[in-house]
Design a protein around this ligand. Structure first.
Ligand code: GL7
Length: 839
């Protein structure tokens, strides 16, 4: 029989076969097979990347059954699904994480070793998907991990950027941006699903007409159409059968464009159109907390939101005759305002395309969406000029006006004759250039609104969203952020994980509160010694990495004082630099001073257009150059700027930290999540009462936290009372000396102009109150230095930080979202031995 067998009808796939078996011999054979059949290589010619790919496919084969079973289960009518809409997912590498969540790390390690290779080296080959800027994108990644681990049916929807966050190089002390070509060698974790691509319209105009039956209808005639092709990545839960989907959309030109243009002979025109469509998902905007107001960005937002909502509707209509109960099947979370265009888009889909009455569509819409706010910074609150908005999304602008008309009618009843109230609540900012306020749109269109830490939520209610809180207090709640212990402890800090599990078992990995059981050993000398040993090993590893990546030799017994996060004036990396200069000056005055040796480690990217942040990097590297090379310092101080801080490079950082710098101006950092990763890994925090620092301090105890600085009300008060940084500078000799040294070119080879913009902003404005907090910070750092000298007391504090950080698990955060916002329940997945090939 010459017919290819098994193509026409595959009855079923046997699960426990060579492709999925887990014994060492099967794993080794699968690995060799994949190298040969997928990469097309023999061992003799394979590159490290070929080996990585072969291993990634070996692992992927072993999670597909979970993935398919999960998808099939969710298609059942009675399952409520969380849809997490986010313009960013800062995932980090998949391989190590999947090995841990599948529970096959040790076997794979053995199989790879027996194949003559090193697992760590293969894991290091993976190009991380850096599809996010910082905390906000990383939070989305932690949340989809927890959703899967808690067996909650969920889909993450986002954008498949061809280029993620840029790679950072440091040249001559300055940041240089390099394009992140993460897809260059292929991505084994994603599967494209072109068969369920959707169409997205852009631009053009709107026609209103009455149809034959006398109904008012709307017809949007776009001037451009783009295809959205989904790329799916499995997101495995930890040691459960759940594998959820992260569905990221890629923009492609529809075929029809090519044909049309081809027929009129305009081949190059067709190619242009294709390129312009595909530009939509080309690159991640590298700004955090700063909106850029670019048309392409609005197109990105609309594109992925429209694709996602159309996808949900398609899925829903597979099981239901109409959309009447859509909101009972989908809970859609808006990760900041970036996807808030979903509110008018769902209205458009329901009213224009599915011919639903406005009132019913509004009921469904406002029972579908919930909104998380992630920032208080005014420059980060999204607004789109009405003019630009109308050009890109003419129909949505009409819908927003209609939503606003009805909303303001309601406000008028609540606040009669109060034009100021109308103006402040309106979805349209009428001052200056008219613009659409996306946060207002999100508030009006959502049934729940939350902040990301207690303080942040209080400030939202008091300030930024005060008028909405007055209208609908019941919509507001706090959901303090969390991080996944799987990646941030188990994977990154195996030494600590094993030590903890030996003491208290391993249930903490999914029930992080159990870390409290460590408290009883905080004073135990033997446990303390083991704890110190683990920390010391981590510091050795980071020391090695620092040497390799920067050439700087640091002392692993010195205190590792670390600030890693995006570079921002409000995060105040330059306050940290002022402390370094202050210590340096003390050593210069008294070279024999008994000073606690410290290694200051910085990492973080500056937005490419944020001049001041880039200058802050240059300041840190310049201070480092002087301090690291001054013989008087005798290596007691070292300053390191770790280039290209990303998820991969952060892996060695958190476990190695003694001190975590969380020093933003009070009232500016919505939550922070790095602060949680540090504390979980046993670092002590020096921090202000900002964001989640407040709650960390509450949990670990004031005596295990180094607090300094003005509080939020004090900041406000000082500003109201005419805070003048110039006076503070003149009154504080230490501060003055540090600033004068920068100013006279001490750190810049005599160049007095280099840091002038930064110094001027401090001396004549100091928006972020560095000078106001300077002395308290220095004093607090002195207490840190003293405390570190007492090894046992410090170790006790370190243990207590870990033991009491259980609250900051993303599992806890996701449970709260599930119970208090989404109303969803776990749906455990059964692993059938056979997957139905035709199902
Ligand atoms: C952020 C906040 O700045 C940060 O404090 C918070 O932890 C994070 C996640 O909620 O969201 N908001 C924001 O715009 N970015 C953040 O990291 C970029």
């Amino acid at each position: 029989n010459e017919e290819p067998q098994g193509f026409v009808c595959v009855p079923e796939i046997r699960v426990e076969d060579d492709r999925t078996g887990l014994d060492i011999e099967t794993l080794k054979r699968a690995f060799a097979d994949n190298l040969f059949y997928i990469q097309g290589k023999l061992g003799s010619m394979a590159t490290p990347n070929d080996y990585y790919m072969a291993l990634a496919y070996t692992v992927r084969d072993r999670l597909l059954q979970r993935w398919l079973n999960s998808a099939q289960t969710y298609l059942r009518g009675d399952v409520k699904v969380v849809c997490y809409l986010s313009a960013e997912f800062l995932l980090g590498p998949h391989l190590g994480n999947n090995l841990i969540n599948l529970g096959i790390y040790d076997r794979i390690e053995q199989a790879i070793t027996e194949s003559g290779l090193d697992l760590q080296e293969l894991i290091a080959q993976e190009e991380e998907p850096g599809l996010g800027n910082g905390g906000l994108g990383r939070l989305a990644a932690c949340y989809i991990d927890s959703l899967a681990s808690l067996e909650i049916p969920a889909i993450g929807y986002g954008i498949r950027y061809e280029f993620g966050i840029f790679d950072q190089e440091i040249q001559d002390g300055w940041q240089v941006e390099i394009t992140d070509k993460w897809l260059r060698y292929g991505n084994p974790w994603e599967i494209a699903r072109p068969e369920i691509a959707v169409e997205v319209k852009l631009g053009g105009y709107v026609d209103h007409y009455v149809d034959d039956a006398g109904n008012y209808r709307t017809h949007w005639i776009p001037d451009r159409e783009v295809h959205g092709v989904p790329y799916d990545t499995p997101i495995l839960g930890y040691r459960v059968n759940t594998a959820n989907t992260l569905r990221l959309w890629k923009a492609e030109a529809p075929e029809s464009f090519d044909f049309q243009a081809f027929n009129v002979g305009d081949y190059y025109g067709a190619v242009d159109a294709k390129i312009s469509s595909e530009n939509i998902t080309k690159v991640l905007y590298p700004n955090d907390e700063q909106v850029q107001g670019k048309r392409l960005r609005l197109e990105q937002q609309y594109f992925f939101v429209s694709c996602s909502l159309q996808d949900m509707i398609r899925l829903y209509l597979l099981e239901n005759p109409n959309l009447d109960n859509f909101h009972e099947t989908f809970a859609v979370q808006l990760n900041d305002t970036h996807p808030s265009i979903g509110v008018p888009e769902l209205m458009r889909l329901l009213v224009d395309e599915h011919h639903m009455a406005w009132e019913q569509a509004w009921q469904i819409t406002t029972h579908t969406f919930a909104y998380t706010n992630h920032t208080l910074l005014p420059e980060a609150l999204e607004k789109w000029s009405v003019q630009l908005f109308g050009r890109v999304l003419p129909r949505h602008l009409e819908i927003i006006y209609e939503i606003n008309r009805r909303f303001l009618d309601m406000v008028r009843i609540r606040y009669p004759d109060n034009d100021a109230k109308l103006a402040s609540l309106s979805l349209i900012d009428e001052l200056g250039k008219k613009s659409v306020r996306m946060a207002h749109l999100a508030c009006v269109g959502s049934y729940a609104i939350n902040g990301v830490a207690q303080l942040h939520t209080e400030l939202l209610k008091k300030d930024v969203l005060h008028d909405f809180y007055a209208l609908w207090p019941e919509k507001f709640s706090n959901k303090t952020n969390g991080v996944t212990p799987r990646r941030w402890v188990v994977q990154n800090n195996p030494g600590l994980s094993k030590l903890i599990s030996r003491k208290i078992g391993d249930r903490w990995i999914t029930h992080l509160d159990e870390l409290r059981k460590l408290e009883q050993f905080a004073d135990d000398p033997q446990f303390q010694a083991q704890w110190q040993q683990v920390k010391q090993n981590c510091k050795h590893q980071l020391t090695k990495q620092i040497k390799e990546r920067t050439g700087v030799v640091v002392d692993p017994t010195s205190m590792f004082d670390i600030q890693v996060k995006r570079i921002h004036e409000y995060k105040r990396q330059h306050l940290n630099a002022l402390h370094i200069i202050t210590l340096y000056n003390r050593l210069k005055e008294n070279p024999d001073l008994d000073l606690q040796p410290r290694t200051f480690i910085f990492g973080g990217k500056a937005a490419p257009g944020y001049f001041m942040a880039k200058l802050m990097i240059k300041l840190i590297t310049s201070v480092g150059e002087v301090v690291n090379n001054d013989p008087d310092v005798r290596d007691r101080l070292k300053v390191v700027f770790l280039p290209d801080y990303n998820v991969t490079n952060s892996q060695r950082v958190y476990p190695a930290a003694d001190l975590s710098e969380q020093i933003s101006t009070a009232g500016k950092e919505a939550s922070g999540t790095g602060n949680m990763k540090f504390s979980l890994n046993g670092a002590l925090t020096i921090g202000t009462l900002d964001g989640a620092n407040v709650e960390i301090r509450e949990e670990v105890g004031a005596e295990n936290f180094f607090l300094f600085g003005l509080t939020t009300p004090e900041v406000k008060e000082q500003k109201a009372n005419g805070y003048n940084s110039w006076d503070v500078y003149n009154a504080n000799p230490g501060l003055k000396k540090a600033i004068d040294m920068i100013s006279c070119g001490f750190f810049s080879h005599g160049d007095q102009q280099l840091f002038k913009p930064l110094l001027d902003s401090l001396l004549y404005d100091d928006k972020y109150m560095l000078f106001a907090d300077y002395q308290d910070y220095i004093d607090c750092q002195d207490r840190v230095g003293d405390a570190f000298k007492h090894k046992d007391a410090w170790t006790k504090m370190s243990i207590l930080n870990t033991a009491r950080s259980g609250k900051f698990s993303s599992d806890r955060a996701i449970r709260e979202y599930c119970q208090e916002i989404w109303q969803v329940e776990p749906v455990p997945i059964e692993l059938q031995e056979y997957v139905q090939a035709n199902a």
